[in-house]
Design a protein around this ligand. Structure first.
Ligand code: 5GP
Ligand code: ZN
Length: 116
């Protein structure tokens, strides 16, 4: 897999930085966000480094996005949320802070997380 040395998410994939793994296969890695917006907040990333959606080859995107329904269902089963937000930030002004493509899966619980 093509990876960059100074990317924290590449380091997470390699195991150089510890993470709470949710799911892994040959193409993608999913782990809990270190700063949980809500309980179960998960990030899913391609193992091949791409800095954002503009930098992502179609086959990498296909593999990444194809895992989302399965992961959403796993989160639904594990955490029993009432809904889930799925989002992807591209560019600093759009809220991207880590420049390795990632999809946020944020389970929603209604009133207790402020969105009731
Ligand atoms: P962004 O703001 O780029 O859309 O999302 C980056 C996410 O990565 C943030 O929600 C942030 O909490 C998470 N994050 C940053 N560094 C680490 C880390 O070292 N470990 C984990 N698990 N999450 C991280
Ligand atoms: Zn990377």
């Amino acid at each position: 897999m093509s990876q960059t040395n100074d990317c924290i998410f590449c380091k997470i994939i390699n195991g150089d930085i510890p993470s709470a793994k949710v799911y892994e296969d040959d193409q993608v890695y999913a782990f809990l966000d270190i700063s949980q917006v809500t309980k179960g907040h998960t990030l899913v990333i391609p193992k091949q480094h791409a800095k954002d959606i503009y930098d992502t080859p179609e086959d990498v995107a296909k593999n990444l996005f194809s895992r989302v329904p399965k992961l959403a269902n796993a989160i639904k089963e594990a955490y029993q949320p009432v809904g889930i937000n799925i989002l992807n930030n591209n560019g600093e002004q759009a809220g991207q802070s880590v420049f390795h493509l990632h999809i946020h899966l944020i389970p929603r619980y209604g009133e207790e997380d402020g969105f009731g």
